[in-house]
Design a protein around this ligand. Sequence first.
Ligand code: ATP
Ligand code: MG
Length: 396
Amino acid sequence: MNKLPAFLPAAAPSTWLGVMGGGQLGRMFAHAAQAMGYKVAVLEPAADCPAGQVAEQLINAAYDDVQALAALSQQCVAVTTEFENVPADSMALLAEHAFVAPSSACVSIAQDRLAEKRFFVDCADVSGVMPAPHQLIASAADIDAIPDHLLPGILKTVRMGYDGKGQARVASRAEVRAAFDAVKGVPCLLEKMLPLAYEVSVLSARGEDGEAVVYPIAENVHRDGILFTTTVPGPHVSAARASQAQDAARAIIGRLGYVGVLCIEFFVLEDGSLVVNEMAPRPHNSGHYTMDACVTSQFAQQVRAMARLPLGDVRQHSPAVMLNILGDVWFADGSDAAVEPAWDQILELPGACLHLYGKEEARRGRKMGHITFVAPTLPQAQAQLQAACAILGIAA
Ligand code: ATP
Ligand code: MG
């Protein structure tokens, strides 16, 4: 229950902003908040974490620790989250003392694939886009009842999935059964496997006053289920497709009554049609390019929305390519000993903006940082990407 007055003044600089979660998104949020004069408190169970290293205060506690939540919400004028699996009940508790954006209700839709799909279907009258055909798989009987047209498909756990985790590609009911057993029978969604031409995402933000902004559309390439590169403007994206996706994002964030930064992922199919996949109630990996290529970064925008300040200009001033840096790069020579990549060579590339997240230990598949290449033209930015991949031993 929100006990706050209906109207709140903007959060003044030097007051505290809080964030649930201590990962790299929390770290970059903290940097942006501090740049605007705020102090930052992080609630996170891990003692050494990327956001805790830079925040003025780290509250080491579980995400559902009632005392820690009370302390955070009493210290901070506003609280946000950096990960979508934050307990929705915790966001509701925080709202008793602080302005919370995004709301518990919005977070609970985004963290449940079924609720999210239902919302997208309900919203299709204004967004003009539908999610992939899907069905809930919660029992053996549901598997027997799978209609033929949903196979082959992808079985995804309803909750706690990210970076392709908790997903299995399935071609038959027998394979669905095996995959369902492998996740110990937790509720899943079977989604029809669609013929993707490419993938895009649209970052948007909405203020408490209902004003919304939509960033340029981003084209994303995944490898092994993890985002590999984001290119803006997207090489495959026509102007018509871009405005269709941006209009859909504007409709979705408005219908949600969302406050904060929201990223929506879409598929573009081989026949050119647009399908909405999922949304993240926070800044997104595919929005990192905004830090170096847009007037207002997605993290500065998150600060503005939660502090109830005017939203910033989303204009992109340079073409950009973002490359995720995974821990694999430390092991590019094939040995088991981690070797620090040649950052000096990367930084010699014109327009290379290096961001590292302060993680001590490099592990394969772990997000360690990213590089954004900005250049006067997209081909120049793409050439710098190729050069960086050669330096880092990444197959381009
Ligand atoms: P992330 O957190 O990285 O966004 P996730 O685990 O939440 O991933 P999804 O985004 O739903 O999962 O799926 C991961 C990837 O799998 C998609 O980016 C896409 O490449 C592929 N994929 C997912 N659903 C489908 C589908 N219905 N048809 C074809 N490909 C799909
Ligand atoms: Mg996704």
